[in-house]
Design a protein around this ligand. Structure first.
Ligand SMILES: Nc1ncnc2c1ncn2[C@@H]1O[C@H](COP(=O)(O)OP(=O)(O)OP(=O)(O)O)[C@@H](O)[C@H]1O
Ligand SMILES: [Mg+2]
Length: 260
């Protein structure tokens, strides 16, 4: 059951790919959990969640009582005493929302993220992500911001695929290069690119030419169906059979590479 982390520059299609792959794996009978780990995330919308359901999907980082209960400290406390290995194994089931065969969980914004802030909410999220990466029988797809937030040396080996989404343009490819550096630093080895919004073979060729040795798992074509899904608040996998088919091929390529 693959553990896949998805990252890339803003707007490249991380959330779209997360929704598509989650759908594909769920269709294949996997127990799938999709994690919205982007503080500004809107994974629920890509799954076509109504505003009311989306609002039910509360970010773990904002659950003050839970954070206090599990870590022994109030969120926001810095430097005080709190548990570094809080109990988290029941959180995925208790606080996720089951929708279209996929469990959705939202992590939320962590205060002082990126600064390595030692605060209880960070400890809880870190323990949660680590727990999810080590679970054997569940497929995990992590929709992240650009970077390696939530991952660390201890869990690098559990990431089966660290996928950087790129568009046919130098800017997202430049960001990919930076992210790749961060991933390598913490020991992540299986780094791949997925091309998104490609319009023709030249776009794919452009990305391959600038991939700098990173394997390209596949590409998602540019399609107005994705635009319409976003405009209508509809699940992207219901609006575009073409994107679902492309995601199927990406899942197959991943299985082949990770089996090797
Ligand atoms: N293959 C595609 N064809 C056309 N439009 C697309 C495609 N993939 C994504 N989009 C559109 O691009 C926009 C950004 O996509 P998405 O939200 O998936 O990116 P993101 O990387 O998660 O963005 P953010 O950094 O804001 O989280 C959305 O409006 C989406 O519908
Ligand atoms: Mg997103």
């Amino acid at each position: 059951m693959p553990k896949i982390a998805i990252t890339g520059k803003g707007g490249v299609g991380k959330t779209t790919l997360t929704a598509l792959l989650s759908y594909v794996y769920a269709q294949r009978g996997h127990d799938v959990i999709a994690i919205d780990a982007d503080p500004a995330g809107n994974l629920g919308m890509a799954f076509g969640l109504s505003a009311a359901l989306d609002a039910e999907l509360k970010p773990i980082a904002e659950m003050e009582t839970l954070i206090y209960e599990r870590t022994g400290a109030q969120p926001g406390t810095v430097g005080g005493w709190f548990k570094l290995n809080p109990k988290v194994d029941d959180i995925p089931e208790s606080f996720s929302l089951q929708h279209r065969g996929v469990r959705l969980l939202r992590l939320g914004t962590v205060r002082g993220a990126g600064t390595g802030c030692l605060c209880p909410e960070n400890a809880l999220l870190k323990a949660l992500v680590t727990h999810l990466l080590l679970r054997k029988n569940q497929t995990l797809i992590l929709d992240m911001e650009a970077g390696v937030e939530h991952l660390g040396r201890g869990t690098a080996g559990s990431v089966d695929a660290f996928v950087i989404v790129v568009e046919p343009g130098l800017r997202s490819l430049g960001t990919a290069e930076q992210i790749r550096g961060l991933a390598t630093e913490i020991g992540i080895r299986r780094v791949y690119l997925v091309a998104n919004k490609t319009r023709h073979a030249e776009d794919e060729a452009f990305i391959r030419a600038h991939a700098d040795g990173l394997p390209v798992l596949g590409s998602l074509p540019y399609t107005l169906d994705a635009v319409a899904a976003d405009q209508g608040g509809l699940a992207v996998f219901d609006q575009s059979a073409e994107l679902v088919a492309a995601a199927e091929r990406i899942a197959d390529a991943l299985a082949e590479l990770t089996a090797a």
